[in-house]
Ligand binder design. Sequence first.
Ligand code: BES
Ligand code: MN
Ligand code: ZN
Length: 497
Amino acid sequence: MEFSIKSGSPDKARCECIAVGVFDSRKLTGAAEKLDKAAGGHLADILRRGDMEGKAGSTLLLHGTPGIAAERVLLVGLGKEAEYGDKGYRDAVAATMRAMRNTGSRDILITLSELPVVKRNAIWLVRQGVLAAHDVLFRADQLKSKKDNDKPALAAISFSVASKDARSANAALAQGEAIARGMNLTRELGNLPANICTPTYLAGQAQKLAKEFKLKCEVLDRARMEKLGMGSLLSVARGSHQPPQFIVLEYRGGKAKAKPIVLVGKGVTFDTGGISLKPGAEMDEMKYDMSGAASVLGTFHALAAMKLPLNVVGLIPTTENMPGGAATRPGDIVTSMSGQTIEVLNTDAEGRLILCDALTYAERFEPDCVVDVATLTGACVIALGAVASGLMANDDDLAEALLEAGQISGDRAWQLPLWEDYQEMLKSNFADIPNISGSRAAGTITGACFLARFTKKYRWAHLDIAGTAWRSGASKGSTGRPVPLLTHFLLKRAHKL
Ligand code: BES
Ligand code: MN
Ligand code: ZN
């Protein structure tokens, strides 16, 4: 798909389709009004007949509109004007793409990017427009022998902006494309089944990425992990025939002495629960338990494509969680790389067991800050659903920056407290710390409290993406979140936002 920026009068635009907005109660937007004038009131007539009321999400495709250069006009409902904002714009671009996908149009000009959204500028509109378009165009058909949409006609999408904004809009277009490609990588990896996407496969993907963008990549095998004392991570891998891997990616775009931002992603390629076996229903979804890892890889893809002037390290502990004969048993006590002993009361709380060793490993980079990303707790799905990721941090400024990145990108997070009071819920009779608390209360927070015991030496934030990384149900699949949040966080750090 080719994306481009256009300026000029909509009625003269030579394209196969032009998309213009209509507000609820049939009010034409500026671009629609210009078309209507050139067409001698044709659009207003159609609205008067009641075929299009401007309801959010509705569209109407018109052919052969007189007086205008485009072959087709797509009217896009924007809902109530007073309520039109970030979501209204994204939804309208998505509705446009859905309507276009199965028509014969090869190119489309979207004028919705000219319509102001409160607090947002043309750059934001273009970047988000590209992301919204890619989201609809993504197909989960990698492993289908017949593709979902064999020959989609649509090959070019343009966003119109005022000519004064054209230059910065082109830069925003490039950012949007880089982020969308990163998200697509994350989604593809997330959707792959666990018989293909093994820890070794993920390591191969990291190496491929490193080669493409000239990054440093090191993959530590079981023997190296043993030497480093990663007894907690290794305890999770014991039940599986797949060897665990520890991926270290380094992007150096910043000054030699600039401290790196470290991103850590949970890479459990399949989570059966281990000996604390999960119930059978919907267990297939546990192939997504490497979504944290996939989002770190996707973020690296975007970051490297944008050549951001930052130093960033990616750490991915990856393993399966299987109930094999050598598997860790409930009650087993293991020693983490930090030296702290852990009583594994539930082998299904494995994410924290692999992350804690990665968080200790992160210390050697003397990080500016560390952000871990993990499908850590079912409790987070109960608390926040699919709308917001859970955010917990030991530093308020870092938390604030991540929340803001979520807000701007539309990939939102919501902060939960990490007060000392919750730490009291993690007590073991036999080891330094148990891997679960005695009660189900505040499950997302106690998961983060466990991690907090390993992050005392740097600024740290934890994103629980159990509810946001994939969709369940009929349209199940990986979402590519939180790549938008992470890339916007990095863009801001690089003063490119
Ligand atoms: N991968 C799961 C978390 C999860 C569950 C993500 C459902 C998405 C949907 C994680 O490893 C897990 O099993 N967590 C347990 C923790 C519990 C044993 C304290 C959970 O949430 O039940
Ligand atoms: Mn689990
Ligand atoms: Zn898990």
